[in-house]
Design a protein. Structure first.
Length: 114
């Protein structure tokens, strides 16, 4: 979905150009992303794994963090007897954690910029 970690055009439409509201929503996303990524564990039961991935996907897509959302969508699919694969979950989680960290750093940069 492009090189931007946060789609500012999407986010600005969402907040109608209100910078204070944008920063508040980015702050909420930062908190939620850090919380949900901690809750993802490859050894979890399917329902808990899928719920955490789904919640992070929604938060990500709400702010235009499309890459994080896409990884979460992939994570949601790793459930069920045929699809539950701890190695795949672990590798995906490693990629997801890296992308969330990178995106949260961008969120901090955006919130601290003038």
């Amino acid at each position: 979905m492009g090189n931007a970690l946060i789609d500012l055009n999407h986010l600005d439409r969402y907040v109608a150009g209100d910078r204070i509201l944008r920063d508040e929503i980015l702050g909420i996303f930062e908190e939620q992303a850090e919380m949900w990524i901690r809750m993802l564990d490859p050894n979890q039961e399917d329902a808990a794994w899928k719920d955490a991935a789904h919640a992070l996907k929604g938060a990500s897509r709400g702010v235009g963090a499309w890459d994080v959302g896409d990884l979460c969508q992939d994570a949601e699919m790793l459930v069920g007897d045929e699809r539950r694969d701890l190695v795949k979950r672990s590798l995906l989680l490693e990629d997801l954690r890296a992308k969330v960290l990178e995106t949260v750093e961008e969120v901090k940069r955006l919130r601290n910029s003038a």
